[in-house]
Design a protein around this ligand. Structure first.
Ligand SMILES: Cc1cc2nc3c(=O)[nH]c(=O)nc-3n(C[C@H](O)[C@H](O)[C@H](O)COP(=O)(O)OP(=O)(O)OC[C@H]3O[C@@H](n4cnc5c(N)ncnc54)[C@H](O)[C@@H]3O)c2cc1C
Ligand code: SF4
Length: 572
């Protein structure tokens, strides 16, 4: 993608600037350029071009020096990144090196990052569920955090819009807590997952639905996908390496090339955004300060509107670092709430079990998806002693029991003779955490990174609500697995597992109705600086039990189109 050496103010002036090229930045770029705006996309990491820059995508397991595992030295050097399940030899190059990007953990927090063109859209697991009205109603109903300024009805058309373009597979399940979308054909549940689904429907009278997961995979590409140059998902399940077929949605395969085709996008990798420039006379932002990742030289770029899509915590960092006489505590931070009310998803606990039936059936081949248990606690009314609820993944496979005994020919025969054990199922909990003022990020007053930017200080922790929810998950899932005839049920809580590993951090620049209690209005504009838009996870008022990225995409597309409308009416 293009890189321009720009040295005059005119050449450094655009209609729009987008900070970050990941899931939300890609959508900003696509929408803004699609509506005719000359858009500069600033990305702190290196360029990653679709297909060309997926070095491991066609490698066989034996072609990796460590057969896919991370060697001990690399693991020891990257204790945070290596806690992420996807940090393996085939995909480690898409994760940052811990020592290059330090931050302060006031409380333990595993901050997982991918700094490159495409951001974390290259490594994500692609689970994509809509949020429901129950999620947008949550804060008002339960009295935590502040009310959302938008409803499901505001965002529903934008869900449809992004789903059709990105390509989401799923089944229309008709669940109020998990609205249906514009789906490509669903994957199929395994026989054991179907059995569990049926048993749950029978025993709980359809109040605990189990469904096939909804995910950003092209199970049946439509013309809009082939126009993007993307093809059918081959079920290789090597997605975190980057998919050469464009089988899953990433910024690199989808939104960025689409934006580039308009001829309106200038993508500038290796450009670390330091801060946003606020002009007190004009009472608006006029541009951004950018540090070259390699030379460390600072340059300014200018635009009428700025979309901050650096991912939740980095967006908080950039705004906190954007100080001026008017905003001494960070851009738009009149109420002192910038950086506060961070929430995450509690992924701390899992449960596993076996099923002694279906022994005449095996699973060979891959499916880049699993089943999903939508939230069933506190949906229609408050029924437990904790607020909100949890969803859960539910996967199954047949255990392979390899006989490693014998010598020579008998060893060979034993090793090549596949012997299948019982079906094994496992489920991980995805719990909604409560956004609290005491969960916050700030800037460290002394420590700086290699670019002279203050390090982020993260202070985020579990609370009693999370503990009660975990106990409920164990109890309810144990009951559900027992009811369905599963055996050898084992719960596994890891209290030492820090928040963050869910990689669903949200908040800090929350939307709201009142500038006294929120930072952004219902169109994602900073109340106090309306030509700056924040549409990544930082804008979220609360955080649902569903995966967040589809909602980031819908909110971004909605806000970008609103921004262009306002700009065209000269209202910005
Ligand atoms: C292994 C894994 C599994 C996941 N699974 C799921 C899932 O199943 N479903 C789901 O919904 N979500 C999932 N996620 C989370 C998902 O990837 C994120 O929610 C999503 O990528 C966030 O989009 P974003 O645009 O905010 O940030 P990103 O995609 O991270 O993009 C932000 C970009 O901004 C750049 N940037 C940061 N700071 C600056 C700066 N100062 N200047 C310039 N550029 C900057 C970064 O380099 C990056 O490229 C997963 C993530 C991972 C890593
Ligand atoms: S499972 Fe689909 S999306 Fe993932 S790597 Fe294979 S073809 Fe690509």
């Amino acid at each position: 993608m293009a890189f321009f050496n720009i040295d005059s103010i005119k050449d450094r002036t655009f209609d729009a600037i987008v900070v970050g090229s990941g899931i939300s930045g890609g959508w900003s770029a696509k929408e803004l350029t699609g509506r005719g705006l000359r858009t500069l996309v600033l990305e702190r990491g290196r360029d990653v071009q679709h297909i060309k820059d997926y070095p491991t995508t066609f490698k066989n397991p034996w072609e990796f020096p460590h057969l896919g595992q991370i060697p001990k030295e690399l693991r020891d050097a990257n204790p945070i990144a290596s806690r992420c399940y996807a940090f393996n030899e085939d995909a480690a190059h898409f994760f940052i090196k811990d020592n290059e990007h330090p931050y302060v953990q006031e409380k333990p927090f595993d901050w997982i990052r991918g700094y490159q063109v495409g951001g974390k859209s290259l490594m994500w697991a692609r689970g994509t569920q809509r949020w429901s009205q129950y999620d947008f109603d949550g804060p008002a109903r339960d009295g935590f955090a502040v009310e959302w300024p938008i409803n499901y009805a505001d965002i529903a058309p934008w869900y449809s819009y992004v789903e059709k373009f990105a390509g989401i597979s799923g089944n229309k399940d008709g669940l109020p807590q998990l609205p249906d979308g514009e789906f490509l054909p669903p994957h199929e549940q395994s026989c054991v997952e179907k059995h569990f689904t049926q048993q749950m429907a029978k025993h709980y009278n359809n109040t605990r639905p189990v469904i096939i997961g909804r995910c950003a995979h092209l199970t049946q590409p439509q013309p809009i996908h082939t126009q993007q140059g993307r093809g059918q998902c081959q079920n290789r399940t090597l997605c975190q390496r980057g998919c050469p077929y464009g089988g899953y949605f990433s910024s690199n395969s989808s939104t960025l090339p689409w934006a580039q085709k308009t001829g309106k996008m200038t993508l500038r990798p290796d450009s670390v955004v330091h801060s946003i420039i606020f002009d007190e006379k004009k009472n608006k932002a006029t541009g951004v300060r950018v540090i070259d990742a390699h030379t460390k030289e600072m340059t300014e770029y200018y635009a009428k509107i700025i979309f901050v899509n650096a991912s939740t915590l980095n967006t908080n960092l950039i705004l906190l670092n954007s100080t001026s006489n008017r905003f001494p505590n960070g851009l738009g931070n009149d109420n002192g709430l910038l950086g506060k009310y961070i929430a995450f998803h509690n992924f701390r606990t899992t449960i596993s079990a076996e099923y002694e039936g279906f022994l005449d059936t095996i699973t060979e081949g891959n499916r880049p998806n699993s089943s999903y248990i939508p939230r069933f606690r506190n949906v229609f009314k408050q029924e437990t002693d904790f607020l909100r609820g949890y969803a859960a993944g539910f996967g199954s496979s047949r255990m392979l029991d390899t006989d490693r005994s014998g010598f020579g020919e008998s060893l060979k025969a034993n090793l090549t003779q596949k012997k299948y054990g019982n079906w094994h199922v496992s489920s991980h909990m995805m719990g909604e955490t409560i956004p609290k003022e005491t969960n916050y990020v700030t800037l460290d007053s002394d420590l700086k990174d290699a670019w002279g930017i203050p390090q982020l200080k993260v202070s985020v922790a579990y609370d009693d609500n999370d503990e009660k929810m975990i106990a409920d998950f164990h109890q309810q899932m144990t009951e559900m697995l027992t009811v369905a005839g599963f055996t050898n049920i084992k719960t596994n809580d890891r209290p030492d597992k820090a928040p963050g590993l869910d990689i669903h951090e949200m908040g800090g620049v929350r939307m709201g109705k009142d500038p006294k209690t929120s930072l952004l209005n219902k169109w994602n504009q900073l109340h106090a600086c309306q030509n700056v838009f924040v549409t990544d996870g930082a804008c979220m008022t609360s955080n649902s039990t569903q995966n967040p990225s589809l909602t980031f995409m819908a909110i971004t597309a909605r806000a970008a189109n609103h921004a262009v409308d306002k700009l065209k009416k000269k209202n910005l």
